[in-house]
Ligand binder design. Sequence first.
Ligand SMILES: CC(C)(COP(=O)(O)OP(=O)(O)OC[C@H]1O[C@@H](n2cnc3c(N)ncnc32)[C@H](O)[C@@H]1OP(=O)(O)O)[C@@H](O)C(=O)NCCC(=O)NCCS
Length: 176
Amino acid sequence: MPKAKYVKDSHTIMTEMVLPNDTNTLSNLMGGNLMRLVDIAGAICAQKHSNRIVVTASVDHVSFVNPIPLGNVITLEAKITRAFNTSMEVVVDVYSENIPAGTKKKTNQAFLTFVAVDQSGRPIEVSEAIPETEEEKLQFERALHRRQLRLLMAGRLNPEDTESLKQTFFNSPTTI
Ligand SMILES: CC(C)(COP(=O)(O)OP(=O)(O)OC[C@H]1O[C@@H](n2cnc3c(N)ncnc32)[C@H](O)[C@@H]1OP(=O)(O)O)[C@@H](O)C(=O)NCCC(=O)NCCS
């Protein structure tokens, strides 16, 4: 397995200004344009962690809490939460800033899964991501549950196969 890396080693920050072509008819950033930026920021983070080509395997838990108006500056902050075998979960937080007004707020959060691949597109092993801060350790723990849920939703996992999902979905005791 490649050498383990710290979460902070692939921390990625991307900044963009919302221009007229990016907006919807209410002059706010269009959701699809935001998702494109989220995907790019997340992919850069996953590439930095794995030093590989990465592909997006899934995007989940995208929340649109506040609209982002024309002229605002958005900052996308991407961090790996956990690396598995060939896949990595990345969380992207989005902040919107009105620089002249001096205001800034968090507008979105998304969790994405990227898979490192070789030149032929075959999945390839990635290094472990080591969490250091309390927040990173919390996200590391939760990433396992999120992975199980997303693989379940994708039809790639049977709830019977994991104890935590078995309890969530069937509310059954762990021992029968
Ligand atoms: C993602 C992809 C490489 C997985 O290929 P695969 O043949 O299913 O490979 P595997 O079964 O070995 O799975 C590889 C990893 O992908 C993960 N994975 C596959 N489908 C997934 C999904 N829907 N959500 C999350 N992870 C997924 C697996 O859990 C596995 O992770 P692990 O190695 O860490 O355990 C393949 O489906 C692909 O190339 N998809 C298209 C990607 C793409 O074009 N993205 C851009 C879309 S516009």
